[in-house]
Write a protein that binds this ligand. Sequence first.
Ligand code: CTP
Length: 415
Amino acid sequence: MDKSSLEARRILLIIGGGIAAYKCLDLIRRLRERGASVRAIMTGAAHEFVTPLSVSSLTGEKVFTDLFDLTDEAEMGHIELSRDADLLLVAPATADLMARMAGGLANDLATTALLATDKPVLIAPAMNVRMWEHAATQRNIATLAQDGISFVGPNEGDMACGEFGPGRMAEPMEIVGAVEAHFGEAAFAADQPLKGLKALVTSGPTHEPIDPVRYIANRSSGKQGHAIAAALATLGAETVLVAGPTATPDPAGVSVRHVETADEMLAACEAALPADIAICAAAVADWRVEASAEQKMKKKNGEDGLHLKLKQNPDILATLSALKGRKRPRLVVGFAAETEKVIEHATDKRMRKGCDWIVANDVSPATGIMGGDDNLVHIITAEGAEDWPRASKRDVARRLAHRVADHFRKGKSAT
Ligand code: CTP
């Protein structure tokens, strides 16, 4: 165990009112053992599960509880309290606390601090399995994730209420691991290993018009491609994202070019060159309607169906890979969504498209990957295949950005 892994890190721990609150006492001890200083805010309900005295004995600091406590305000305002930390950690994050966070409420000190902060927030949810699975909680989780909040857990297992399933708060040591990973990631990003490099990412589907109101599309959400653009930008790359029509919001710190069709996507990519890195994550439509109608097409009585003549779209990945000299990005990465013989097909695709790496995933329905938030990928390079563990699309994106940074670092040291 590295006793100083969190040296001088300031953590504001927000303790929600759940049975798992007792685990916070051990959590505080473990964080402090590693050099972190911990200040705690307790919600009103948290008092039912642990006492402020136990919490303050372990943090060695006064415990903050009441938004309207004038003594607190005289010593430290709630804005200062939330900004004077490197990380806000919410444990246990109850269904109620998560709902209030997702709604942007500020009706007690805990939620006010969370709303007033400009610091990263990590939450460890804990609740009954039915509450976790409820549509309202799932909606709140999606909102919080979109707001940039990170999660650790919950785990699956026997619950205090006698039921079984996801909802148990992560164990203190898992939370410590997530806190350490957060700071490790932050330190890596602070080094800006991709600074000075230009990156181009395609993402989302394309829409190919049939007439002015109809089009051919696919189900791509753009989540993975957008997350990759964000991760490359976090590591310092000057990033252009060429995005097809998608509901996924534009990532921060990235220049986004919105396009509709494959032709427009190719033109936007060519306009963004030169680039050092090109990652083609878009689900480009393979075909377009050869001659889309200028006016809305009308049904004709007695007509038996409609024949559309389709023409193949340009292959953006293959086009970028085939560029010559300095115009060709130094690293071109494609994606391969396969339903069988994943590695074999992806290896073959790498050769056919002429790209350097392929990120391959198994999208057969049983995996539940298509359209979901997780991904399970293999990276195919000239050296072979790397199997990566199943992770959120955001974590896959981070890991890919790290892998890209590693590639350029090694390249540099080789020259
Ligand atoms: N791609 C592209 N332009 C296209 C089609 C695909 O840039 N017109 C890129 C995608 O962004 C992805 C990779 O190529 O990086 C996927 O290859 P593709 O041939 O489309 O794979 P599949 O749709 O799986 O096709 P198949 O397996 O039938 O070859």
